[in-house]
Design a protein around this ligand. Structure first.
Ligand code: PLP
Length: 381
């Protein structure tokens, strides 16, 4: 075992500021949809160079609202990557539309392939969701051109790409995640940014049942009642989550810079010996450096690698089992074949990457993996 405890793939960075922020909410006696939620929306919008933002209780909820606000529904098709978290496809299915999976470019560039997306177009295609895998931001100009050429809405699943390093948003809407393993966290939570004020406003209303006012607005305005203007959901963010967000946001840039440093350390360490390992998206810019994915050589059995590394105090995970190969999707969206995604999904491994890691930790992980691959190559395993 390395050090005292397991080196985790991701870890939240929480401390005294977050404890104090949560205690303040409790003392305030106003625990949901108040000044902290509004303040977090303003601060997040400002940090991303836009005028407004809508806070929700998860990125999944935000993606659902984004598609609904654009009028996506039954009879429509939405192109999504299969190399993503299942939420990317689920949010399409919630609207009644069909999720159409596109392949990735290559094992070195596991971002959704524009050529394959083009091949998946039908007269029913209404939108495309791009996902910034591992924090590597997809090609803004190319996807915008694709969307305008084909009269499609463009949505960014920006769960992995939080922070200014990602550059300005280029989708009609972009949705971020603050889940516990993300670059900044509110435990659970998400944020929607949008280019069109009216569309963003529709997501704000639909996050709270389509109501014309919130509880605190009615209290402040002494308004007796409210109306409901559209079908909505309970996707509200609590003051506790927003307080965490307000404490985390000022530290995001420094933490993303630390992530970049750990990635550079990995790159140098892996560059020292040939191993047959691929390091996808290394050097890709812009990036929020959310994950450090590798692709194992053919000879290395992934579960053997994962359990050997675990014994050496290193957690590894998989991003992702392709969505179209998951049982529910095989049953409900059958007949999908995406050779590059499938090859990537079978050999990909995610190594630890978070701001609490030291450069020595990254060198230890790289050294352990290189040694293991050399042993496996030698034994013919
Ligand atoms: C690519 C991607 N999309 C969407 C989500 C959903 O985010 P949330 O857990 O905030 O709903 C995640 C979360 O892990 C993700 O990684």
């Amino acid at each position: 075992m390395y050090g005292k405890s397991l080196l985790l793939v991701s870890e939240p960075s929480l401390g005294a500021d977050e404890t104090a922020a949560l205690a303040d909410v409790i003392s305030s006696n106003w625990i949901t949809m108040g000044g902290r939620v509004a303040g977090f929306e303003r601060a997040f919008a400002e940090a991303h160079g836009v005028g407004d933002a809508v806070a929700v209780n998860s990125c999944t909820a935000g993606l659902h609202l984004a598609l609904s606000a654009l009028g996506i529904g039954s009879g429509d098709e939405v192109i999504v990557p299969s190399l993503s978290f299942v939420a990317t496809a689920n949010c399409v299915i919630y609207t009644g539309a069909r999720a159409v999976f596109a392949d990735i470019e290559s094992l070195e560039r596991p971002l959704m392939s524009l050529a394959d997306a083009e091949a998946k177009l039908t007269p029913r295609t209404r939108a495309v969701v791009v996902m910034h895998y591992a924090g590597s931001v997809a090609d803004a100009q190319a996807w915008r051109d694709f969307a305008s050429r084909n009269n499609l809405f463009l949505i960014e699943d920006s769960a992995h790409a939080v922070g200014q390093d990602r550059g300005p948003i280029f989708g009609d809407l972009a949705v971020f995640s603050f889940y516990g393993n993300k670059n900044m966290t509110t435990a659970e939570g998400g944020m929607i940014l949008g280019r069109d004020k009216a569309v963003l406003e529709r997501t704000r209303r639909a996050r709270a049942h389509g109501m014309t006012s919130t509880t605190s607005e009615r209290l402040n305005a002494r308004a007796a009642s409210y109306d409901v203007l559209s079908l909505g959901y309970n996707y509200r963010m609590s003051e506790l989550n927003a307080a965490l967000g307000l404490a985390q946001l000022p530290k995001l840039a420094a933490r993303n810079a630390k992530r970049r440093l750990i990635v550079q350390t990995y790159a140098e360490a892996f560059g020292k010996r040939p191993s047959g390992l691929r390091l996808p998206l290394l050097g890709h810019a812009p990036s929020a450096h959310h994950l450090f994915p590798v692709v194992l050589p053919q000879h290395a059995d992934r579960s053997t690698v994962m359990s050997s590394l675990y014994e050496q105090g290193i957690q590894t995970t998989i991003h992702y089992p392709p969505i179209h190969q998951l049982t529910w999707f095989r049953q409900h969206c059958p007949g999908v074949s995406l050779p590059v995604t499938e090859a990537f999904g079978a050999r990909q491994l995610t190594l630890p990457l978070h701001p609490k890691m030291s450069e020595a930790d990254a060198e230890y992980v790289a050294g352990s993996l290189l040694q293991l691959l050399a042993t496996l190559a030698g034994s013919g395993t």
